[in-house]
Structure formats: structure tokens, C-alpha cells
Design a protein around this ligand. Structure first.
Ligand code: HAM
Length: 422
């Protein structure tokens, strides 16, 4: 059976080396979030479909085309989560978090699911890290989240990324602007591609994402939403930029940046590593002050972002900055006296409990083979116990880098290894 329906062959995402890097990346994210007052939350893997269709929107690609849907035995239409934002808002609304000090800062990490054409950096099961601040409309929070996202990339050593930001105004700005945009598209219908013509009624904003060069030329002169937003939204955007400028964060204001989810308002942003090509978006976010109402809650401002762990991992790999792999082995046990094996395996567990990473040969290797294996796994020390040592209830502990060797009584071995580890 193959996993090809999900990850293309050749991406090594399921292998142990990748897991170590993924954990290290998420741990970094956790440390940064917790240092900034974000607390970890979790959301269910499957949810009612309506949670996403009411928030991200039926007309968005994510909901309209990419959701994994199924009916359960209770005849409920469920979806595998394509993202976290709506679920985190539901958590906030349903569990009294609005009574805590505002904003409530949350983060989470986990798998998300989207039925899209699989290619490099685009999978049907992928991992997001996500941070949200719910309950404040202060532009300082928008900038705090953008800065948090960039600090994660910086902490991982990722270079050459680009931040684009835009404002898409408030709900009330949307309809008059969309009318303007539709009128512009109608005047150029024979110059744009079929997809734009199809999206004209439902979601004309998608036209800005076109990959067709002729359509791109048309869209370059189209009315831009940022020029048609309320004075309050303009002011909010200017303030966000001031908070970014004070941090010396470089960004490009991109008036064509429209994000693929319907709940956004005001600030939107995207971070790309252009060398990833078609799937260069490594993370994005924005403000969603109307989302709570669309799931039956009171008006509640919110802002956040998510970043794709696999895409960041690809970028880190290409920059040869993948976080360190499996933890190094502190001690390799080379046991040549068969009678010694049970007792030494028990000692091995005691050493592990004391924080010493160790392993023993299980392949019946000879003396040479075991030494080679100790080398191959990069063990800092090798514990040797042959018949002679076993008879005297000692073992030899060899420092693999200096070659120095000491004899240690078995009763003192664990303590010795703990001390040697420092
Ligand atoms: P999004 O832009 O749809 O935003 O996804 C965020 C990130 O998830 C993308 O930038 C990309 O790195 C990664 N991603 C998305 N789809 C895939 C895929 N099929 N394969 C691999 N990686 C993928 C959101 O999901 C919003 N919830 C972000 C947000 C949080 N806005 C406000 N708060």
C-alpha cells in the first residue's frame, strides 16, 4: 500500500530524521510563543463542516474545493480540519475565555488536511503552527503577531524570506469595492482567462492570484482594495506599519495581496521564501474581526497567523539549516560475554532513567562490528564487557574521541556515565 495519494514519493516527511527536525521546529515555536504570553491550546481533528463553511467561506478554495468531508453515523456532515483559526475562536467563545484578561493569546500545532493537487510543498496532510490573539483590535497586536512569526523563522536560521502586507478594509468596505472590481472585470472580460470569468460573481478577488500572464497584466491596473477602505481601516494599517517600522521589520505593501479565506478584514500578510517556487508561501495571517459573529458569537476582534511546518522544513533543508537530528547516543554497550547481557541490559535502562542516552548491540556483531557501530551512531563512550571483565564484575569505558579508557565496577557504572555526560 502506498502513501502516494498524500506525499509524493521522494519527500522524506515520514522518516525519523524529519521527525527530529519537526519536533525541534515546533519546540522553538513553543518557546517563542510562551515567552510572549501565548498559551497552548488544542482543537479536534474533525469538526462540523459548517464551522469552516461559515467562516473561511463557501467561495474560498479551501472550503469550496479542498475539504475532506464525510458523514458520521449521526448523519452529521463533518470535515477534517483544514486550519485552526475557526476552532480556536469557537474555543474562546464556548469556554468563557472572553472573561479573562484580553487579548487571549493562544498557540497550537498539528496536522491539517486539504484535498489539493499534491506537489513539492503541498500535501493533503500537512502540519501548521498557529498563533492567535483574540479580544483586541489594537494594531499593536497585528504587529506583535507578524513579529512573532518572523522571530520563529529567524530563530530557525531561515534566510531570504519576504513579508508582504496589505489592508482589505472592513466588511462594509467590501461590497462597494467588489462592485467596482466586477465592473472593471466586465470591461476586460475578453482579456482574462476562463477561471477569472468563472469567479467573477462568487469571488472576483481571486483574480489577483491569477498565474496567467495576460490576466496578470489586466489585474495590475484593476482597482485595489486598499484604495477603497474606510478611513478607520487606513488609520489602523498606518499604525500597524508604525509598529513594524519601530522593530525594523522589512516589508512590501502589496495592494494585490488577498488571502484565500473569507473571514479576513483589515490587515492581511504573507511570508514567502521565493526560491520554493509555486508553493513559496511559508506562512500567512491576518485580522478577522467578523469571524466570531459568523459562528453565532458576539462581535470579537482577533488576529493571527499560521505557518506550514513542511514548507519551512523544505526551505531550511535547501539552506542546509535543518535543525539537528536524533539526539546523540551517550554510550554504546558492547557486550561480548553472553552471561552478562541480562544484567547489563538492566543497567542500560537504569542509565536511561538517569538521563544517559544509550543502546546496545542486538545484531550479534563481533568485536570489530560493534566498535564500528559505536562509531557510526556517534556514541560519545563505549562500554565494553567481555568474559574477563564480567568475571571481575567490571567493564571498560572508552572515551571515543580521546581514546582514553578506564575500568569501572559494574555497581558504579550508571553513576560514572552520568558524571561523564556532565
Ligand atoms: P493559510 O494561508 O491557508 O492560512 O495557511 C497557512 C500556511 O499553511 C500556508 O502559508 C502554508 O505554509 C501552509 N499550507 C497551507 N496549505 C498547505 C498544503 N496543502 N500543504 C502544505 N502546507 C500548506 C490559514 O490556514 C489561516 N488559518 C492562518 C491564520 C491564522 N489567519 C489568522 N489566523
Amino acid at each position: 500500500m502506498s502513501d502516494e495519494f498524500n506525499a509524493p514519493r521522494g519527500t522524506l516527511d515520514w522518516l525519523p530524521a524529519r521527525q527530529a527536525a519537526r519536533h525541534a521546529m515546533i519546540e522553538r515555536f513553543r518557546a517563542l510563543c510562551e515567552g510572549a504570553g501565548y498559551r497552548e491550546a488544542a482543537t479536534p481533528v474533525f469538526e462540523e463542516k459548517a464551522l469552516f463553511s461559515r467562516t473561511a467561506g463557501e467561495s474560498s478554495e479551501v472550503v469550496g474545493k479542498e475539504m475532506y468531508l464525510f458523514e458520521d453515523q449521526g448523519e452529521r456532515m463533518l470535515a477534517l480540519r483544514p486550519e485552526f483559526t475557526a476552532s480556536l475562536m469557537r474555543l474562546y467563545l464556548g469556554h468563557g475565555l472572553s472573561r479573562e484578561a484580553q487579548p487571549v493569546r493562544l498557540w497550537c500545532a498539528g496536522s491539517c488536511y486539504r484535498y489539493a493537487a499534491v506537489q513539492r510543498g503541498r500535501y493533503r496532510e500537512f502540519t501548521q503552527v498557529d498563533a492567535e490573539a483574540i479580544g483586541s483590535d489594537d494594531p499593536a497586536v497585528d504587529a506583535e503577531l507578524i513579529a512573532l512569526q518572523l522571530r520563529w523563522y529567524a530563530a530557525l536560521g531561515l534566510d531570504g524570506i519576504e513579508l508582504r502586507i496589505n489592508t482589505i478594509g472592513d466588511r462594509g468596505d467590501r461590497e462597494p469595492y467588489l462592485a467596482l472590481l466586477r465592473a472593471y472585470l466586465d470591461a476586460h472580460l475578453d482579456e482574462v482567462d476562463d477561471e477569472i470569468r468563472r469567479q467573477r460573481d462568487l469571488n472576483p478577488l481571486r483574480a489577483f492570484d491569477t498565474k496567467d500572464p495576460a490576466s496578470q497584466r489586466v489585474m495590475a491596473d484593476a482597482p485595489k482594495i486598499a484604495d477603497h477602505v474606510s478611513a478607520a481601516a487606513q488609520e489602523h494599517f498606518a499604525a500597524v506599519r508604525a509598529f513594524l517600522d519601530a522593530r525594523d521589520i522589512a516589508y512590501v505593501v502589496d495592494p494585490t495581496l488577498v488571502r484565500g479565506l473569507d473571514y479576513y478584514c483589515r490587515t492581511t500578510w504573507e511570508v514567502a521564501w521565493p526560491e520554493l517556487g509555486a508553493q513559496s508561501g511559508i506562512g500567512g495571517g491576518g485580522r478577522y474581526d467578523g469571524l466570531a459573529e459568523s459562528i453565532g458569537g458576539p462581535a470579537t476582534p482577533g488576529v493571527g497567523f499560521a505557518s506550514g511546518v513542511e514548507r519551512v522544513l523544505l526551505a531550511l533543508e535547501e539552506q542546509e539549516r535543518l535543525p539537528a537530528g536524533a539526539p546523540a547516543t551517550d554510550a554504546f554497550f558492547a557486550i561480548f560475554a553472553d552471561a552478562a547481557r541480562p544484567e547489563l541490559h538492566a543497567l542500560l535502562d537504569r542509565a536511561r532513567d538517569a538521563g544517559v542516552a544509550c543502546e546496545a548491540d542486538l545484531a550479534g556483531r563481533g568485536v570489530k562490528g560493534q566498535m564500528k557501530q559505536a562509531d557510526r551512531i556517534g556514541a560519545a563512550r563505549t562500554v565494553v564487557c567481555g568474559d574477563d571483565e564480567w568475571a571481575r564484575r567490571v567493564c571498560l569505558v572508552r572515551n571515543m574521541s580521546s581514546g582514553e579508557q578506564v575500568e569501572v565496577p559494574l555497581d558504579e557504572l550508571v553513576e560514572h556515565l552520568v558524571k561523564a555526560k556532565g
